[in-house]
Design a protein around this ligand. Structure first.
Ligand code: ADP
Ligand code: MG
Length: 345
């Protein structure tokens, strides 16, 4: 028997709200979202912003206070988890340590009462599909992190989901493995063509993985878009600060965000004119980062909360004109590099 080719589904969320207890703020506050079929979507935001609650409502592991969840236009809001066409992959893969890879993958079929021959055949097909056929008899402890992730993927796929839900699957891994595993997740998503919804608090991880990033804050969606669009056109001060790599600056018209690698910096004494966008600052930190140097600065004429800014200088530019802690400088930027920000909720 051939492993079934999964059919991806679009996910639509309409006015979705979750309130854990009456009188408390909504953990998820009337959000609307459409996730394209076959795309990699990352829900991104700080701890407590409602990412896992959203994912668990899609999975059917958490009841909905109000609103709807649709899979390819089918309303699944009140269906049991197993009938939705979704599957979940958990943090650190959560494999059963005492079971072989094969039995891990076949586990949910066993629970459903599928006979041994059929469930082993289907599990073997899936393990072969994720290039793990030759290691089917190994236990998780005898597999590398990457191999364990493939077993966890096969285990999630055995229920033939149309949408795979992943809640911080990489966050317990060491940094090297995390970067390898995310590249592998991305490859499998493209290869399988399934819809992936991946929750993370890491903007770097979301940018590396996502076709579409959904930035959340306090139960609300702040911005939705491809990573480059979100990074280059942050919609709000929250998004600019959370994505990092930006300075939020007060200008007469309000607040703007400027990427820290788009800032211009000159010594205070330099005759060079920075035009109208010029601010006096003092260097507070110099961090060598390899391909670039990150300068921390304090603006001379800013309120304490808005004082700290950063400038990313290419290594060659820094070597040509090094800056030291305590040096006074002037900062500038081109109007074309300034993004006007909406005030965050
Ligand atoms: P995230 O995954 O973004 O860190 P969560 O969705 O887990 O955020 O939590 C969102 C909010 O809901 C938080 O304020 C959290 O404390 C609250 N919360 C989460 N789970 C529960 C629960 N089972 N009961 C009550 N409150 C919860
Ligand atoms: Mg969470």
């Amino acid at each position: 028997m051939e492993a079934v080719v999964p059919v991806p589904a679009a996910v639509e969320i309409v006015s979705l709200t979750k309130r854990y207890a009456a009188g408390t703020p909504a953990a998820v506050d009337s959000i609307d979202l459409r996730i394209d079929s076959g795309s990699y979507c990352c829900l991104l935001g700080p701890s407590g912003c409602g990412k896992s609650t959203t994912l668990r409502m899609i999975a059917g592991h958490e009841s909905v206070t109000s609103g709807d969840i649709l899979l390819d236009n089918r309303n699944i809001t009140d269906l049991p988890a197993a009938a939705r066409g979704t599957a979940m992959m958990f943090q650190s893969f959560a494999l059963f340590p005492h079971l072989s890879a094969l039995d891990n993958v076949a586990f949910s079929l066993k629970m459903k009462g599928v006979g041994k021959t059929e469930r082993h055949q289907r599990a073997n097909d899936l393990l072969a599909r994720v290039a793990m056929g030759h290691l089917a008899e190994r236990k998780p402890g005898e597999l590398s992190g990457g191999q364990q992730q493939r077993v966890a993927l096969a285990r999630a796929l055995i229920t033939e989901p149309r949408v795979l839900l992943l809640d911080e699957p990489l966050s317990a891994l060491d940094p090297f493995l995390r970067i390898q595993m995310r590249a592998e997740l991305r490859r499998w998503q493209k290869e399988l063509g399934l819809t992936f919804i991946h929750v993370t608090h890491s903007q770097e991880e979301a940018m590396a993985l996502a076709d579409t990033m959904v930035v959340m804050n306090h139960g609300l969606i702040e911005q939705v878009g491809p990573p480059r669009e979100v990074y280059n056109h942050p919609a709000s001060e929250f998004v600019a600060r959370f994505m990092g790599g930006h300075n939020v600056l007060d200008v007469p018209a309000g607040k703007v965000a400027v990427r820290n690698d788009h800032m211009h910096i000159v010594p205070e004494s330099a005759a060079y004119s920075l035009g109208t966008n010029a601010l006096a600052a003092e260097i507070t930190d110099v961090e060598y980062q390899g391909t670039y140097v990150l300068l921390g600065l304090a603006l001379a004429d800013a309120a304490p909360a808005a004082r700290n800014v950063s400038v990313m200088l290419g290594e060659a530019a820094f070597v040509a004109r090094p800056y030291a802690r305590g040096e006074r400088v002037r900062l500038g930027w081109a109007d074309a590099d300034a993004r006007t920000l909406a005030t965050s909720a």
